[in-house]
Design a binder for this molecule. Structure first.
Ligand code: PMT
Length: 311
């Protein structure tokens, strides 16, 4: 089945048409300013097992890679469309979960003219003020837009809409596909309507393969864009071959290969004719440097070269 028909087979999320318009306006505005725009996908997809779902198939992804990369792309001057799993890591906020600020922030007096005053010990929330400033600067400049997904179906529809929005930008658009997207799903027509009963004994579920969206993305949805997929494995001995395999099949520009346990300190940037290992040293960790800064720095240069080649 053609991939587009496949997307159409999944239930479309509420508001999908409105999101498509908003994303298209965002991309067109930033493109008109001469800014590069990146779609960052982030977090895992949730796959329902029942039509009125009680149970789901989900995965480990925290969204940290996507959120930290979005910050680095903004710092590099990109417009960032952030397509992320609801309640996963969010740029500028993910280092400050509620338990860090609930005890650190105190009301510092009665509200005046509708303004609430809060205070904190200077060292209680390191980086908090800088993160607020960076987020608010991006919001004021209109360079950041976040769009939420929860299920695989939401993701597929919104990815397609985002690709349509970025396609007119040609080679200045980048796709940074860090989300951990399910490879398996249960078609709506084959789902039990009600909660699966444990009284039925052992549970056996047959799931269908989700076609790789990289294929229509590279061929049809945004054929001129700079496209980066990720390859996650738990077995280090196969990850580079799997990354090479993906480049061969989909003919896109870059695969970022990573291993589950070491993903925050080591990745390999794989292209048709190169392999570049990026490592984070203990010293860099101590200084608060994150591997995503290195990934984005590397990819930004490759994107520049790609744009020059296309022109
Ligand atoms: O979120 P964190 O906890 O920080 O972890 C980051 C990460 C490990 C999730 C991230 O670095 C990463 O590797 N993301 C991709 C994980 C993954 O799903 O790998 P994969 O080998 O299954 O998929 C490869 C590529 O195919 C992905 O870029 C994906 O977007 C794409 N894909 C997957 C399924 C599908 N149906 N269509 C696709 O196009």
């Amino acid at each position: 089945m053609a991939e587009m028909e496949m997307v159409a087979e999944f239930p479309s999320p509420a508001g999908a048409a409105r999101w498509a318009e908003v994303m298209a306006r965002f991309a067109a505005r930033l493109g008109a300013q001469g800014r590069r725009v990146v779609l960052v996908t982030s977090g895992g997809t949730k796959v329902p097992l029942e039509a009125r779902p009680v149970r789901f198939l989900d995965n480990f992804s925290s969204g940290r890679r996507g959120a930290t990369s979005a910050e680095a792309f903004l710092a590099a001057g990109y417009g960032v469309l952030f397509l992320y799993r609801a309640r996963s890591s969010f740029p500028f906020a993910h280092r400050f979960p509620p338990q860090t600020w609930l005890s650190a922030l105190r009301p510092s007096g009665p509200a005046h003219s509708g303004l609430l005053s809060l205070e904190a010990e200077e060292n209680a929330l390191p980086g908090f003020t800088a993160a607020l400033r960076s987020y608010q600067e991006a919001a004021a400049a209109g360079t950041f837009m976040a769009v939420e997904f929860t299920t695989l179906a939401d993701y597929l529809h919104l990815l397609h809409a985002a690709a349509q929005a970025l396609n007119p930008l040609g080679s200045t658009a980048m796709f940074y596909l860090a989300a951990a997207v399910s490879d398996f799903y249960v078609p709506v027509s084959e789902m039990p309507e009600h909660k699966i009963q444990s009284s039925g004994g052992l549970l056996q579920i047959t799931m269908k393969m989700v076609p790789k969206m990289l294929s229509p993305l590279v061929k049809d949805w945004a054929p001129k864009a700079f496209i980066i997929s990720f390859k996650l494995e738990t077995d280090p001995s196969i990850v580079i071959n799997r990354a090479r395999n993906a480049l061969e099949i989909y003919q896109h520009q870059v695969v970022v290969a990573n291993i589950l346990e070491s993903r925050q300190s080591c990745v390999v940037i794989v292209t048709k004719d190169s392999e570049t290992k990026l490592l984070l040293s203990e010293e860099e960790v101590g200084k608060g440097i994150e591997i995503e800064e290195k990934i984005v720095d590397n990819l930004q240069s490759r994107h520049t070269a790609f744009i020059c080649e296309q022109n």
